[in-house]
Design a binder for this molecule. Structure first.
Ligand SMILES: Cc1cc2nc3c(=O)[nH]c(=O)nc-3n(C[C@H](O)[C@H](O)[C@H](O)COP(=O)(O)OP(=O)(O)OC[C@H]3O[C@@H](n4cnc5c(N)ncnc54)[C@H](O)[C@@H]3O)c2cc1C
Length: 333
């Protein structure tokens, strides 16, 4: 991929401090996949960024602009990138087009998308934030970069609704991904969109976001229908030498999917409300080769945190229990 370069110039007192700060983090930027170069003359600082392709360069512009804006005295510093890159596009937002959709189970619709670069989703980061219309069939606008490279979001009816989802499958060769949408009631904007979507429709996807999948000789995965996409993908992609025990509670048996389990992996289907007790009963035989991850409704996720810590005896560094959704009317902690 072609190396692209963007640059901007600063004058005045902030230039010296800025150059020192950015120089000190040189290795950090290299690890993020772009290079920062500061050239100082008596009167000004020329800052240049280079990265492979417009997407990496756009990410670099936003990253460095955010860093600069957080420095003391630099919050309002004028910053305009010149040089290469696409002035209309943010690096972390892709345009996705629906190519197909089908029911996998009565309450799960799998939507297939043609994406710009599926390779970005092929690693251990499974989650994305979808940009969707506020109402089915409605329009929304994509965020655009300001001259500093930071996102500017549309306002009013054109502001997209943002919802977190999981990439269930990636076919990097054909730039296709699948997302499994739970069709719940009452339907929010994402569910309503997924229920009605047709081939050709465009949405946005921000990311991948969140933390990467953690690996360990033994993993316990737990969740409901919303976490099933990451649980099944982790099982399918489980490396040799690792073992996964997965516990999934479903609203009814019709939501079960056929799964081919790799050697050493186990999957237990449970009924709604049985998950917390099932994990508690595992007891304290877990040890430092065990990692646990859960994705459920908010109040279940709190109970699972307690189960992982107290009942299973796992140290807090070895488990995560994430609220994937929140029952309407559930009270804040
Ligand atoms: C990291 C992460 C990954 C996720 N991956 C997936 C995924 O791959 N597939 C998936 O379907 N969901 C996934 N979710 C959950 C999804 O983001 C939420 O369910 C989201 O609230 C759905 O948005 P909505 O617009 O349909 O409903 P909202 O507008 O958010 O909510 C509308 C109403 O629906 C209720 N509600 C929301 N979700 C559910 C549900 N699952 N069951 C019953 N009632 C519900 C709310 O309480 C509210 O009353 C994920 C969440 C996270 C944090």
């Amino acid at each position: 991929m072609t190396e692209l370069v963007a640059y901007c110039r600063f004058q005045g007192d902030a230039a010296e401090a800025l150059a020192r700060h950015l120089d000190a983090k040189r290795q950090h930027w290299d690890a993020e996949g772009f290079h920062v170069c500061c050239e100082r003359s008596e009167r000004e600082l020329c800052l240049s960024l280079s990265g492979a392709g417009w997407r990496r360069l756009a990410l670099a512009k936003a990253r460095i602009a955010g860093e600069i804006r957080r420095l003391p005295g630099c919050a309002t510093l004028a910053l305009t990138w010149a040089g290469d890159g696409d002035p209309e596009r943010l690096g972390h937002v892709q345009h996705w087009h629906v190519t197909g959709a089908r029911l996998v189970t009565p309450h799960l619709r799998r939507v297939t998308f043609q994406v710009e670069d599926a390779e970005l989703y092929a690693g251990d980061l499974h989650h994305i934030r979808l940009l969707l219309p506020q109402r089915p069939g409605g329009a929304f606008a994509f965020p655009r970069p300001c001259p500093a490279g930071l996102p500017v979001w549309p306002e009013g009816e054109l502001m997209p609704v943002l919802r977190n989802y999981t990439i269930r499958a990636v076919r990097a060769g054909s730039d296709e991904v699948d997302v499994d949408f739970v069709l719940h009631e009452p339907a929010g904007p994402a569910t309503a969109w997924a229920r009605d979507c047709r081939p050709g429709v465009e949405i946005g996807a921000l990311g991948p976001i969140g933390r990467p999948v953690s690996h360990a000789p033994r993993r316990i995965l737990a969740g409901d229908e919303t976490a099933l996409p990451t649980i099944l993908r982790q099982i399918e992609e489980c490396p040799a030498g690792e073992r996964i025990d997965a516990y999934v509670e479903l609203v009814d048996d019709a939501e079960r999917q056929n799964v081919t389990l790799p050697q050493g992996c186990r999957l237990y289907w449970l009924h709604r409300g049985e998950l917390v007790d099932a994990l508690r009963q595992l007891g304290r035989e877990q040890n430092d080769v065990t990692l646990a991850y859960a994705g459920t409704e908010f109040s279940t996720s709190r109970q699972l945190s307690l189960a992982f810590g107290k009942d299973l005896g796992l140290p807090s560094t070895r488990f995560r229990s994430v609220a994937y959704w929140r029952m309407q009317g559930a009270r804040a902690a």
